[in-house]
Design a binder for this molecule. Structure first.
Ligand code: NDP
Length: 392
């Protein structure tokens, strides 16, 4: 029915490719392209049906255009890095092809992610008559859809949202990140930020924390951080008084991070080393385990969800809507850990809804602007069942 070009053969790209190849009635032809062809070949050997692979430098928009012209996809799924978002969107615009990603653009030289750069493509995508669907992973992605679903079926007004991301898994390494180390460390070390009473409130990095009893996991300490879905949800959930994002970290992770920061290894500006310029964080990435390699011995579960408070029929109510995902089960199914899995499955579902026409539009959209119902239905079918706990 549709042709999909997946860009990025990392942890998430592997899951998207596996999951698309499980649904041949929607994804009739699949191409996986990335900077390192060998990584595409490896994934190709693991999936259950023939796919095409190619080498592409997605920073180079004309290379992406040439690949699109050769393969002629109906949709490009960008699961490379946020740095490539704009060059891939440019290629989609030039060729008139739909676009989907899981993380918003971030300039390489500045640890600052926001939707401004991609939202600026609105008019051009509208004029071209194609769709760009932004942030279709888990968080952002499923968490936005959870809010849209709660808004549609559970509340007249949503007043407060706490998005909570708990990974209670053990991968056996003293220190590793669950998705691209460079992007992950840039995100965690920046200042915290949440939205309350119509304005943004900034906090020192990881300075606000509290515990929460996560279903199927137990009590964990979680830390307030800024996360990209806050920016779009503030615009798209009417009546919102406060929205925050929390992530759990173990003591071991935080100690390693503090030491790495203190010795300068998380710096993103180039330093002179033996006659050449290197960026310490890029060097650190090169010596840390790749996210796609963590799956084998990963044990334990993730619980990611939204604690939502609001009003229904004149009464205050609150719900916790969440998914629990088991690292070992993900590895058994697609050879990946749960963070790659919980990102790759929603990207595949978003792609499926675009290709089947269930989600349509011309322009640039965040996922909460789409009908949440078909997405929620597919989550359960394709490996990420969800639960709603009514608290009051
Ligand atoms: P990985 O580092 O495992 O994979 C990234 C892949 O992109 C690598 O294969 C890399 O190639 C490839 N790549 C990098 N630069 C280019 C380029 N210029 N051209 C072509 N390919 C390139 O990261 P993950 O798979 O963990 O993460 C992928 C994306 O998913 C990231 O943007 C991340 O922020 C996002 N994400 C979103 C989440 C969500 O819930 N919304 C959660 C987790 C991740 P090479 O192998 O050669 O380096």
């Amino acid at each position: 029915m549709g042709r999909v070009l997946i860009v990025g053969a990392g942890g998430v790209g592997g899951v998207v490719t596996h999951k698309c190849s499980q649904v041949s009635e929607v994804f009739s032809k699949i191409m996986l392209a990335s900077r390192t062809l060998a990584k595409c070949e490896k994934i190709k050997e693991q999936v259950g049906r023939p796919i095409q692979v190619a080498r592409v430098d997605a920073d180079n928009s004309p290379e992406v255009v040439a690949l699109i012209n050769e393969f002629k996809p109906d949709l490009v799924v960008n699961v490379a890095l946020p740095y490539q978002d704009l060059s891939i969107m440019d290629a989609c615009l030039e060729t008139g092809v739909n676009y989907l990603d899981t993380a918003n653009y971030e300039p390489p030289g500045e640890a600052k992610f926001c939707y401004k750069w991609q939202w600026e493509y609105q008019e051009r995508f509208q004029k071209k008559g194609v769709m760009a669907l932004l942030g279709c992973g888990f968080d952002p992605g499923v968490t936005n859809i959870f809010c849209a679903y709660a808004q549609k079926h559970y509340f007249d007004i949503i007043e407060r949202v706490d998005i909570m991301d708990c990974n209670a898994g053990e991968h056996g390494h003293p220190f590793a990140t669950n998705f691209n180390p460079e992007i992950n460390i840039r995100e965690i070390t920046q200042r915290g930020k949440y939205w309350e009473d119509g304005k943004w409130v900034e906090t020192d990095p990881l300075s606000i924390h509290k515990s929460f009893d996560f279903p199927e996991i137990g009590v964990r300490e979680m830390y307030l951080m800024y996360h990209e879905e806050l920016e779009s949800l503030v615009n798209n959930i009417e009546g919102l008084k406060r929205i925050r994002f929390w992530m759990t970290f173990g003591a071991e992770y935080l100690t390693h991070l503090r030491v790495l920061q203190n010795v300068g290894m998380t710096r993103i500006d180039p330093v002179e080393f033996e006659g050449q310029q290197i960026v310490p964080l890029k060097f650190l990435k090169a010596v840390l385990p790749e996210p796609s390699s963590l799956g084998k011995n990963y044990k334990g579960k993730t619980n990611i969800g939204c604690l939502i408070e609001g009003v229904k029929d004149g009464k205050k109510k609150s719900i916790y809507i969440y998914n629990v995902c088991d690292h070992a089960e993900c590895y058994r199914e697609v050879g990946a850990q749960a963070i790659s899995y919980t990102t790759g499955v929603p990207a595949m579902i978003g792609a499926m809804l675009v290709l089947t026409g269930a989600w349509q539009g011309k322009g640039v959209f965040n996922v909460e602007e789409m009908d949440p119902d078909p997405f929620m239905e597919k989550l359960t079918i394709h490996g990420l069942p969800w639960t709603i706990k009514e608290i009051t």
